[in-house]
Design a binder for this molecule. Structure first.
Ligand code: ATP
Ligand code: LTN
Length: 364
């Protein structure tokens, strides 16, 4: 009896030791995986209300990728001030933007959510990168040309070096992938060039990031001028479906969307208005373009627009409801943004320190 009891005790101890060993191995592996997870960074300016283009062009992909990658999503308020902003509105929109990220499915427990101006390393690295960027490079940027035409009274140096600050946002985190809409491709190209230039001068310092641009939804067009991209700063409210719009507002905007004098529902470069509505329907219903063409063959634009209006209203409704809920809990938002910035700073500081050392700044 005694003997049996002893054997059992020895085995138990052994088992326990093994369990401790296994837990340690599992923990080590988890940590290793964490370190090895590829990094994503992306951002949106709090310069206006977010619209359906932000969801389909950027945030939808952020949500899709957040399990597989280590993600940093930022509200780029420093970028927003390159055009005139009302201070109270900027403050409010910054929180609204954070709430909308979460309402669209960004999980703050998995992804790091932060406000750009909370992390001073962004402007610090931007300054260094400014000294490696040619005037010609910035003047070629389409967004600079468009924005300086739209804000001719305020063509400031911040607007000019906007893409350099964006490069700093990305390079600070040793980012692998940048999910953005089609219009940001050129800025990404400049980011890659700057990283390669710096690495060439001073040895490997920055990861060279890749853009991640989905084909469908990467460029949602204005409902009123379908040759222009849908924009939060459009003067015409009817051109844009905001994520905070009510069902009635969404339906009315879609029913009034500019189309053409034809009546055939078909994807075509000559039918930008209809193609844009088909893209929205495709996203909201997850239906192929062929099936959409078949469903509406011979039915005319009236029936089609009504179906798009209902589908998009159904698609946006849960986002709006979650957003309104979050806006009633500002303390929660503020806390998670503060925690996000702390985490972001740890990573950003490591890169900035390396950069400062390489360019010859005295280190203490
Ligand atoms: P603005 O309209 O004020 O000039 P913006 O909306 O282009 O600004 P951001 O708010 O910073 O600029 O854009 C954030 C992200 O949303 C970017 O990845 C951008 O490519 C994407 N995005 C913006 N508009 C659209 C759109 N119409 N279709 C698809 N993606 C878009
Ligand atoms: N310029 C971007 C916003 C932006 C961004 C970034 C996007 C600023 N910094 C870093 C991706 C990564 C725009 O969409 N207008």
């Amino acid at each position: 009896m005694n003997y049996r009891y002893n054997i059992f005790e020895i085995n138990y101890k052994k088992l326990n030791l093994q369990r401790i060993k296994l837990t340690k191995i599992r923990k080590d592996m988890e940590e290793k995986n964490q370190v090895e997870k590829k990094v994503i960074l992306s951002g949106i300016q709090p310069s206006g209300k977010l619209h359906i283009g932000h969801l389909t062009g950027a945030i939808k992909n952020w949500v899709k990728l957040q399990q597989e990658y280590e993600c940093f999503y930022t509200i780029v308020d420093l970028h927003a001030i390159t055009v005139k902003q009302n201070p109270a509105e900027l403050r409010r929109r910054t929180l609204e933007t954070a709430a909308l990220f979460i309402a669209c499915g960004v999980n703050p427990e998995i992804s790091t959510l932060f406000i750009q101006s909370f992390v001073p390393e962004h402007t610090q690295l931007a300054w260094v990168l400014n000294c490696f960027t040619g005037m010609g490079e910035c003047s070629r940027m389409t967004q600079f040309k468009d924005k300086s035409a739209a804000h001719s009274e305020n063509i400031n140096i911040g607007l000019f070096s906007y893409p350099v600050l964006m490069a700093a946002d990305i390079l600070l985190y040793q980012t692998d992938l940048v999910p953005v809409g089609e219009d940001q491709k050129q800025h990404l190209e400049l980011t890659r060039n700057l990283a390669q230039r710096f690495n060439f001068h001073y040895s490997d310092t920055f990861k060279i990031p890749e853009p991640y641009i989905e084909k469908v939804g990467a460029r949602v067009m204005s409902l009123q001028e379908p040759s222009k991209k849908m924009s939060k700063s459009d003067d015409n409210d009817k051109a844009t479906i905001f994520l905070s719009d009510t069902d009635e507002e969404i339906k009315s905007k879609i029913k009034r969307a500019v189309t053409d004098s034809d009546s055939v529902v078909k994807m075509s470069n000559e039918k930008m208005g209809i193609s844009n509505l088909m893209t929205l329907y495709h996203i909201a219903k997850n239906m192929s373009f062929d099936d959409i063409e078949k469903e509406f063959a011979g039915k005319g634009y009236g029936v089609f627009k009504s179906a798009v209006a209902d589908a998009v209203a159904d698609y946006i409704r849960p986002v709006r409801e979650k957003y309104l809920d979050l806006m009633n809990n500002k303390k929660y938002l503020e806390e998670l943004l503060t925690a996000g910035a702390e985490k972001a700073r740890k990573r950003a500081f490591k890169t900035l320190r390396k950069v400062y050392k390489k360019i010859g700044f005295v280190q203490f």
